[in-house]
Design a protein around this ligand. Structure first.
Ligand code: GLN
Length: 284
């Protein structure tokens, strides 16, 4: 049955009372159906929708009502001002991962050529965003998931950087690269503890790939396994930037200091809320 934007949004919001931000979810889903921006919808509440649009909207709302994340329903998530395709093969980009990109922007001038790796690239947000921001940089994006690499490479094509990125299927906690090939290595590895995962919301555990999130009892299995390979593949003086959990800074710093003397003293970067976010290390 045909209806107005106002009525349809009211119905959608009511059906979504059990999920985060019901009104916003309803508006974004309707914008997706109509093929316009959220803003242009909400400035014209009396706009009439066809019965096909109403039906499609109701279908999307019923998916969202089960807890399915908006990003998977829409198939898109914004990161650092760029739109990225996302599917259930990849973690949904989180805003905290933008801190790694900010650090790289502090490290290099725009016209600096450098060669980098992104370990556990997922949707490719880090690899692709760095390639977009640094037109002379070249990179390799590795992931153990074939589905994730497919999404990452389509994001590289979307942002017109596929000619400067290679994609590599492989487990980044093993030796994937030759010695001293990269100026910079980035990673947002799985770092959630098993206990944190057990306590996480259904929107995460019911839909996102567990292999991209959980890393053993203390969340650091991947970190411990990858550091030796990172040192091997970095050029002397090369940088390693990795996202860590909000309370893992001290432990990760200790692992590097005690077991990987090939790194200079490391710095844990915190966000404005004082939470550990990015490990910043440099090879001697
Ligand atoms: N920040 C993510 C979360 O809390 C975890 C991402 C990761 O493990 N790399 O859901």
């Amino acid at each position: 049955m045909a209806s107005s934007v106002r009525i349809v949004l009211q119905e959608g919001e009511a059906l979504l009372h059990g999920v985060d931000s019901p009104r916003l979810s309803a508006e974004l889903l309707l914008a997706e159906v109509v093929g316009c921006s959220r803003l242009s919808l909400v400035v014209d509440y009396s706009r009439q929708l066809s019965s096909a649009e109403c039906e499609q909207f109701r279908q999307l709302v019923s998916r969202r009502a089960t807890g399915e994340p908006l990003a998977y329903i829409i198939g898109m998530k914004e990161f650092y001002g760029l739109d990225f395709q996302v599917t259930p093969d990849v973690l949904i980009p989180r805003p905290e991962t933008e801190h790694i990109v900010e650090e790289i922007e502090r490290l290099y001038d725009k016209d600096k050529p450098f060669h980098y790796a992104d370990l556990g690239t997922g949707s490719g947000i880090l690899a692709v965003t760095v390639a977009v921001l640094f037109p002379k940089a070249t990179g390799v994006a590795a992931d153990i998931s074939r589905g994730a690499l497919h999404v990452a490479s389509s994001n590289a094509v979307r942002h017109d950087v596929a000619n400067r990125l290679d994609f590599l299927l492989g487990d980044f906690t093993t030796r994937l690269f030759d010695e001293e090939v990269f100026d910079l290595i980035l990673s947002n590895p799985p770092y959630v503890t098993e206990a944190e995962y057990d306590a996480a919301s259904h929107e995460v555990t019911g839909f996102e790939p567990v292999g991209a999130l959980v890393s053993g009892v203390d969340g650091l299995d991947h970190v411990r396994a990858m550091l030796g390979h990172v040192l091997h593949a970095l050029k002397p003086g090369g940088y390693f930037l990795m996202e860590i959990g909000c309370d893992q800074g001290r432990e990760v710093e200790k692992i590097l200091t005690d077991q990987f003397p090939g790194f200079e003293p490391v710095v844990v970067k915190r966000d404005i809320a004082g939470l550990d976010r990015v490990l910043f290390a440099r090879k001697k």
